[in-house]
Write a protein that binds this ligand. Sequence first.
Ligand code: MG
Length: 225
Amino acid sequence: MVGRYTDPYEVGRALVGYLQGTAAVPRRARTVPGAVVFDVDGTLLHVRDDGSVLYNDPMVRVYKEAKRHGYRVYVVTARLDNRPWGPKDANNNYKITMAQIQGGGMAVPDHLVLMPHQWLKYPNFSRYKFEARKNLAEARGVPIVLNVGDNWADLGLLEPFVASKPRWMSAPRDAREHVFLQLPDDPAALSVKVPSEQTVEAQHDPREGAAPRRRLLGVSGFKQH
Ligand SMILES: [Mg+2]
């Protein structure tokens, strides 16, 4: 399963097959087959400048199938948790995110984690995402069988949280590539990187100071619902 794939629908089918296969494995004294973690932006959906939302159809299907097979579904986003100080109304990021998830026909996740303010000071979100996965797995006692994101920071620890650039972090050879990884020490058994809406990620751009290019890949599964 570890490898690189370009067709988003093929990736979706492979992941659904993986979840079906994993769910079928008998687990003593466990009724929940496992947990699946999704990132939001660029993974499940994409919010356009005008506020309309495009959904990543193949990944939405993975989400729905995970729910259907009894997996716990956790959503971990770097969207800021503005509830402690902020708006209780429509600008509340928790409410907005929940509404966008449901707007794509996805059921309410078993847990939605938004990023606490203190993580903003770090150059990337890998530690926040890592800690969130670890906490979810430990607190809830359900092993994470799959973690999906569009940024390397969604998948594993990056500098400065590890001493050197991990060997697994290699630039996609093709901008459409989905990369399947099994990362030692990560709370997730399988990690999948979907192509980033930023073809070049800001913190890893070798051209110092180059602005990240944000665009949706033409071949993606992102569709208006
Ligand atoms: Mg993202």
